[in-house]
Each structure stands twice: as structure tokens, then as C-alpha cells.
Design a protein around this ligand. Structure first.
Ligand SMILES: Cc1cc2nc3c(=O)[nH]c(=O)nc-3n(C[C@H](O)[C@H](O)[C@H](O)COP(=O)(O)OP(=O)(O)OC[C@H]3O[C@@H](n4cnc5c(N)ncnc54)[C@H](O)[C@@H]3O)c2cc1C
Ligand code: FES
Length: 234
């Protein structure tokens, strides 16, 4: 069980939860299975790591259904069950980094950017963040990235300008990640973080299978991060 230090509503339906966490090291792009109920809903819910530093683990989540509605009601001092970290996470790179996030898909990109700039202070990290309406946590990105472009109500991929010194990492609605995959030149590596319905989170149930160019893969164990050409037609 993990102790909740904070569970704050940043915008209507957008929550940031911070837990006390003293266990394994966590890599950007990994996720945990969260559970704060007994039998209903049946399954734990996968949520990406928004930020991690020794002793503290944060999640940024959108309230969309029963599980996330229960999470929203938790208060500082309550406990919840977490399992993880799971998944491959984003790879380490030796180029500059361009991140492109849409909506709650920006969640795993913050720790990615922060970790990248900590390890590579002289390399550039640029961010494009798209929101349907009220933006959130943009100041956190502005504090660590070299450049942040925010698009509210439009199409974030219309704004994207890339250069070949960058590796691209993206998370958000599938339609946005497919658009990113189309507009970025072939010479640039593009990594996409996929979503799937998950039951076990550890590769045991096949609930999260996805078709790839290299056969069926499990989003929870082989992913959630894949090279674009593996999972999308580009
Ligand atoms: C690896 C991974 C990381 C994720 N990280 C985050 C995160 O950082 N922040 C965040 O807000 N959400 C994240 N999600 C999505 C999150 O898991 C779902 O929103 C959550 O499970 C919904 O649970 P619920 O009980 O509130 O809603 P439900 O009642 O289960 O579902 C509500 C609606 O959301 C859809 N839905 C539920 N789960 C998923 C899913 N996994 N993929 C696509 N659609 C789904 C349902 O079809 C339904 O339409 C992640 C999902 C995955 C697979
Ligand atoms: S969720 Fe069970 S195999 Fe991926």
C-alpha cells in the first residue's frame, strides 16, 4: 500500500496525485496499476508516471469512469494499492528531444523531459502540447523545456516544426500520434506510447495484445512505447 501525500484537482476532472514511494527506481514512460477498491470495478487501472524522484511518485489522471472517480475521492493520508513499475518506458537517446503530447497524453512526457534535461543539460528539449480546452501543467513543462508551444482547441500537429537533430516521443489520442508519425521525416526516430485496455499489466493475460509489423505484442510488457513503424502504417 502507498500513502497519498496529495490528490489535487488541477482543472475540472484533471487530478494530480502524489504518493510516498521508497521502492524501485522508475523510468520515464513506465506505468503502475492503481487500485483503491475491493471488487468493483474488477480490474486495477493503468496510469503512467507523471513524475518520480526518490521518495515520491506522481500521477496525472483524467476522471473518465468508475475507477478514476474513486481515485478522485481519495485524500492525503489515505492509502491505495499500486503495482509496478511496468512497461518498457521511453528509450535513452543521444540526440535532442522533441515531445508532442495531446490532452492527458502529456502525463508521461513530463518525467521524460525532466529526466532528459537532468541527464543532458546541454541538449535541447522542445515540447508541443495540445489541449481541447483548459490547459494544465504547462508551467511545469515551461520550467524545464527549452521551448514549449501550447495549442488550445486546434490541431497540435499543424504547429509542429522539426529538425533532424531531434528524436520525437509522443503520447496522446491515437489519431494525433498517427498524424505525428506521418509528418515527421523518415530520417527521424519517432516513439509512440500506446494505450490499451489492461487486466494484469505484466504480460500474463493477453488482454492488451496489439498487432505490430513483428507479430502480436503486449502493450503492457513489450510496450507501451514502440517505434512508429512497428505499430502504424507510415
Ligand atoms: C499504459 C497506460 C497508461 C495510462 N496512463 C494514463 C495517465 O497517465 N493518465 C490518465 O488519465 N489515463 C491514463 N491511462 C488511461 C487510463 O488507464 C483509463 O482512463 C482508466 O483505466 C479508465 O478507468 P475508469 O474506471 O475511470 O473508466 P472506465 O469506466 O473503465 O472507462 C471509461 C472510458 O474510458 C475508456 N477506457 C478505459 N480504459 C482505457 C484504456 N486503457 N485505453 C483507452 N480507453 C480506455 C473506456 O472504454 C470508456 O469509454 C493509461 C492507460 C494505459 C494503458
Ligand atoms: S494486460 Fe495482461 S498481458 Fe497486458
Amino acid at each position: 500500500m502507498a500513502l497519498i501525500l496529495e490528490n489535487q484537482e488541477l482543472q475540472p476532472g484533471i487530478m494530480k496525485m502524489t504518493l510516498a514511494y521508497q521502492e524501485k527506481n522508475v523510468r520515464p514512460g513506465q506505468f503502475f496499476m492503481l487500485r483503491a477498491w475491493d471488487k468493483d470495478p474488477l480490474l486495477s487501472r493503468p496510469i503512467s508516471v507523471y513524475d518520480y524522484q526518490p521518495g515520491k511518485l506522481s500521477f496525472l489522471y483524467q476522471v473518465v469512469g468508475k475507477g478514476t472517480a474513486i481515485l478522485k475521492e481519495l485524500r492525503s493520508g489515505n492509502e491505495l494499492e499500486i503495482q509496478g513499475p511496468y512497461g518498457n518506458g521511453f528509450p535513452q537517446i543521444d540526440t535532442d528531444l522533441l515531445i508532442i503530447g495531446g490532452g492527458i497524453g502529456i502525463a508521461p512526457l513530463f518525467y521524460l523531459a525532466r529526466d532528459f534535461k537532468t541527464k543532458n543539460p546541454h541538449k535541447k528539449c522542445r515540447a508541443y502540447l495540445g489541449f481541447r480546452d483548459n490547459p494544465y501543467v504547462t508551467e511545469a513543462f515551461e520550467a524545464i523545456c527549452d521551448e514549449v508551444v501550447i495549442n488550445v482547441g486546434g490541431i497540435i500537429t499543424d504547429d509542429v516544426k522539426t529538425n533532424n537533430s531531434e528524436t520525437v516521443m509522443t503520447c496522446g489520442p491515437e489519431i494525433m500520434m498517427k498524424a505525428v508519425s506521418k509528418i515527421i521525416p523518415d530520417s527521424t526516430n519517432v516513439y509512440v506510447s500506446l494505450e490499451a485496455h489492461m487486466a494484469c499489466g505484466i504480460g500474463a493475460c493477453l488482454g492488451c495484445s496489439c498487432q505490430t509489423k513483428n507479430g502480436n505484442k503486449k502493450v503492457c510488457k513489450d510496450g507501451p512505447v514502440f517505434l512508429r513503424e512497428e505499430v502504424f502504417d507510415v
